[in-house]
Design a protein around this ligand. Structure first.
Ligand code: PLP
Length: 230
């Protein structure tokens, strides 16, 4: 199967449902990204800042780049000029740093707040209490150069369908609750990023609006990033 035909098959499955597809191109060469680009894909996700910046510089400027991996505060400045959406915002400190560099670049940067839903504690993200605490924080409420678009979560890396479904259900419930409590009048809070190659069908069933697919589009990755501290 080619990248173009993989994309076509996925789009056939999800486009009519209004679900946004992020093509996760981490570790993949620019030629693979260009093949997807030529097939019409414009939204790509990367998890390492340096790789993302190199690809941004080399590839067409109408690509919308999403950062899906953990972001260290001291690396925000490298992506602030061009990033379209940061999925992995997981602390108030990071939010403030993104706001600062967004302002320096005269931009408003769209962000998703990452919620920890998996069993593994190697994964990043807020728990429910921390999330609510930040959304009520006075300083957070003054930040003008970030726009919170929704939530993101990564389910446990397990085979058990029932548990994965429960994790997605939990995240969707939290998303609905946060929207009702904090963003009721804000049409921009509209994105629930959940679902990867192994579990995107379950995620869609549970209310995902954005899926992040790597291997389904580009084939298996040679290097496996179990945890990245980029
Ligand atoms: C790598 C990655 C994906 C895509 O993984 P696949 O299993 O190849 O679809 C999605 N989300 C995040 C956060 C990732 O790091």
């Amino acid at each position: 199967m080619s990248i173009a035909s993989n994309l076509e098959a996925i789009n056939l499955e999800v486009k009519a449902l209004g679900i946004q597809l992020v093509a996760v191109s981490k570790t993949k060469p620019n030629e693979d990204i260009m093949e997807a680009y030529e097939a019409g894909q414009r939204v790509f996700g990367e998890n390492m800042v340096q790789e993302l910046v190199e690809k941004y510089e080399a590839l067409p400027k109408d690509i919308e780049w999403h950062l899906i991996g953990h972001l260290q505060s001291n690396k925000v400045k490298y992506i602030a000029p061009f990033i379209t959406l940061i999925h992995s915002v997981d602390s108030l400190k990071l939010v403030k740093e993104i706001n600062k560099y967004a302002a320096k670049n005269d931009r408003i940067i769209d962000c998703l707040l990452q919620v920890h839903i998996a069993e593994e504690d190697t994964k990043f993200g807020f728990d429910h209490a921390e999330l609510v605490e930040m959304l009520r924080d006075e300083e957070f409420l003054t930040l003008k150069n970030i726009r919170i678009r929704g939530l993101m979560g990564i389910a446990s890396n397990i085979e058990k369908e029932k548990e994965i479904k429960e994790e997605f259900y939990e995240l969707k419930s939290l998303y609905d609750g946060i929207k009702a409590s904090f963003y009721r009048k804000d049409d921009h809070f509209d994105t629930l990023s959940m679902g990867m190659s192994s579990d995107y069908k379950l995620a869609i069933e549970k209310g995902s609006t954005m899926i992040r697919l790597g291997s389904t589009i580009f084939g298996k990755r040679v290097i496996k990033h179990v945890k990245n501290n980029d």
